[in-house]
Design a protein around this ligand. Structure first.
Ligand code: CIR
Length: 254
């Protein structure tokens, strides 16, 4: 059964890390409403949602995706690139231990789950301020026995690889070609975001279904023209903290 780990929005989210965005006020109640709506969409898709309690002192802890990479055979606990986010991993250890054998990236490696795009047995890791070569080498070591290849991909202009590219079907990616090169994903087909919506490449894939944001209508039209009809959920308040849809859950087969 598909299971999602989520975590309640922290009351300290206003102190979140920001890299490419200006700080603007975040309405905590609205962020929490949107996060509940996100959890409801997951439930509507048949996902069993396990919400973790709020971490009042960890501003970015709602973005659980950054703490782990969950595969069928095992899971890798990350070492997030931002120091303020490193303590987020501890509670995820407890949450994942019943489901998977756990590996853990160690210093000097750093990696955020938002930089990790898994397509079949190929794992692409964004080379960003958050994720480095040491983490890639450690992940390759852990995952080689299971048949995975792990390779770094240059990313410019955005926080994470998955701000620039996500999977929408077995062989198809939604991509912003201004931030990441299509040639780094051999064998894949692409739908490009509308150039006026640079942040539109983050789609959440739940089994074969998609979840998307209504805030990117031109790219949504491109998805629909390609035969995709995602469920929509507004995450615009969380976007002020530089988070998108994939960031708010860890989804896996329990
Ligand atoms: C951060 O800078 O770490 C957070 N404010 C946003 C993290 C978003 N996570 C993601 O895209 N996976």
């Amino acid at each position: 059964m598909l299971t999602a780990i989520t975590r309640a929005v922290s009351r300290s989210i206003v102190n979140c890390e920001l890299t490419h965005l200006e700080r603007v006020p975040i309405d905590l109640e609205n962020a929490r409403r949107q996060h509940h709506a996100y959890e409801e969409v997951l439930r509507a898709l048949g996902v069993e949602v396990h919400p973790l309690p709020e971490e009042p002192d960890l501003p970015d802890s709602v973005f659980v995706e950054d703490t782990a990479i969950i595969l069928e055979e095992c899971a890798v606990l990350t070492r997030p690139g931002a120091d303020s986010r490193k303590p987020e991993v501890e509670s995820i250890v407890q949450a994942l231990a019943p489901y998977r054998t756990l590996y853990r990236v160690a210093a000097p490696g750093t990696v955020d789950g938002g930089d990790v795009l898994t397509v079949g047995k190929r794992i692409f890791v964004g080379l960003t301020r958050r994720s480095n070569q040491s983490a890639i080498e450690q992940m390759q070591e852990f995952l080689k026995p299971f048949g995975y290849t792990v390779r770094g991909v240059p990313v410019t202009g955005c926080l994470h690889l998955k701000s620039a590219v996500t999977q929408v079907a077995e062989k198809k990616l939604l991509i912003n070609p201004a931030w990441v090169r299509e040639s780094d994903f051999p064998g894949m087909d692409f739908i490009e975001v509308d150039p006026s919506e640079p942040y539109a490449a983050n789609v959440l894939m739940v089994g074969e279904k998609l979840v998307y944001q209504p805030t990117y209508p031109k790219t949504l039209a491109r998805l629909e023209a390609a035969g995709f009809h995602p469920l929509l959920v507004d995450a615009s308040e969380l976007a002020k903290a530089e988070g998108a849809l994939t960031c708010c859950s860890l989804i896996f087969n329990a």
